[in-house]
Write a protein that binds this ligand. Structure first.
Ligand code: PSV
Ligand code: MN
Ligand code: MN
Length: 399
């Protein structure tokens, strides 16, 4: 079936979609990371917040799609405090803005038995104070979202009261919501396992949704594509959250086994297509409410190269999803013409949109091949030279 990739209507849909497409890069994706078993230090990895802004700016200059960088409070802001004028100066210097603010309630030893669900009122209080600090940092930087991943859980049956912990979480999340300023939101991320392996306090989208609803209208759900059991129909979760007006955003990455944080679309690009299709099926106003973020950390690939590859992949798959003739698809679905409907849908996925995306890049004054442009620029060699000694000296940290 010819989907008419060259028709004006199809082309317009793709260009409109690409013009609106934005995806936030994570500061931690530019820093050295490792696995539980080893660490592989890259000479060019970012070691300071300024270097993270510089790298994010490079990705944005090449792709035109990532003007914000997510900050992880303890990893990026010494002592969990933001020097707001200094960060604003970096924003100005590099032309990228601070994006979502990510509190860190999982690293400190006091959170061994949980943070906002810890049986100790004192520790819950400390966790709340950190969340309130994060809200304040977001407000001061004019950033919209505080993205909360709660790592709390337990490893053995009977060792914690699951129900009491729900109540404790409700209290803290409610108080955090009360502190949100005009235009601020809190996004509640879920994850079924890891670091806890028996029960996780916010394990799935139902729990995240209910906690968000109880916290208040500025609380939404964050879907990390790596945070599901194998075989979960993620696009169905997305469809439900869209229906309920509760989808706040995504952490995009791909996975083969667990929360692998691999490059988006490297394992299952069709799944990304199906998710994007759901999003493109709702009105523009609803789409604008959804924050697209990358949550990946590459240990083997070059950091900036992998980030550019991710943004480019996201743009290409978004373009494919925009190619779906949704009016025709709706008719076929209504008539239950199953094979024709499926062909209409997956036919768009099988189109090679790269020439069209290249044309769009050129028309927008962007490099037609961002990965090649990165290689030609010598940026990675330059930062490797500049940062090598610091990276060789620096003791490895997670990010
Ligand atoms: C947890 O696995 C997670 O997805 C959360 O979003 C964290 O903030 C992030 O990873 C850190 O890598
Ligand atoms: Mn995540
Ligand atoms: Mn994760």
């Amino acid at each position: 079936m010819d989907l008419g990739i060259a028709t004006n209507a199809a082309r317009d849909r793709v260009w409109t979609a690409l013009d609106a497409f934005r995806i936030e890069v994570p500061s931690w994706g530019f820093a050295n990371t490792g696995t539980r078993f080893g660490k592989f230090v890259q000479g060019g990895a970012a070691t300071t917040i300024e270097e993270k802004f510089a790298d994010a700016a490079q990705v944005n200059a090449l792709t035109g799609a990532s003007p914000t960088v997510a900050l992880h409070v303890l990893w990026d802001l010494p002592g969990g405090r933001a020097d707001v004028p200094a960060i604003q100066a970096l924003e100005k210097k590099y032309g990228v803005k601070s994006g979502s603010i990510n509190p860190n309630l999982f690293q400190d030893a006091e959170y061994k038995y949980g943070s906002i669900a810890n049986p100790s009122a004192e520790i819950r209080g400390n966790a709340l104070a950190h969340l309130l600090d994060s809200v304040e940092i977001g407000r001061a930087l004019g950033s919209q979202d505080v993205s909360m991943w709660i790592a709390d859980g337990s490893n053995y049956p009977g060792t914690q009261s699951i129900r009491r912990r729900i109540g404790w979480m409700e209290e803290v999340l409610g108080e955090t919501h009360a502190a949100l300023g005009e235009g601020q939101r809190m996004l509640v991320e879920y994850k079924p396992f890891e670091p806890a392996f028996y029960h996780t306090d916010i394990a799935d989208w139902g729990m995240a949704l209910e906690l968000a609803r109880r916290a208040g209208p500025k609380a939404k759900v964050l879907v990390d594509t790596g945070h599901h059991y194998q075989g979960t129909n993620i696009e169905q979760i997305v469809a439900w959250l869209l229906h309920l007006g509760a989808l706040g955003g995504f952490h995009f990455n791909d996975r083969k086994y667990a929360d692998d944080d691999l490059t988006l679309g490297s394992i299952d690009p069709y799944q990304v297509f199906r998710i994007f299709h759901e999003i493109l099926s709702v009105g523009n106003d609803d789409q604008a409410q959804i924050a697209f973020m990358i949550d990946q950390s590459h240990n083997l690939k070059g950091k900036i190269e992998a980030m550019v590859q991710t943004v480019v992949t996201a743009q290409e798959i978004y373009a494919k999803a925009a190619l779906v003739d949704r009016a025709r698809l709706a008719e076929l679905q209504q008539e239950c013409h199953l094979v024709e409907a499926e062909e209409c849908f997956r036919g768009a996925f099988w189109q090679d949109v790269r020439p069209l995306v290249r044309e769009w890049r050129e028309a927008r004054g962007l490099p037609s091949e961002p990965l090649k442009a990165l290689r030609d620029s010598g940026y990675v060699e330059k930062i490797t030279q500049e940062r090598n000694s610091q990276n060789a000296r620096s003791e490895f940290r997670y990010a």
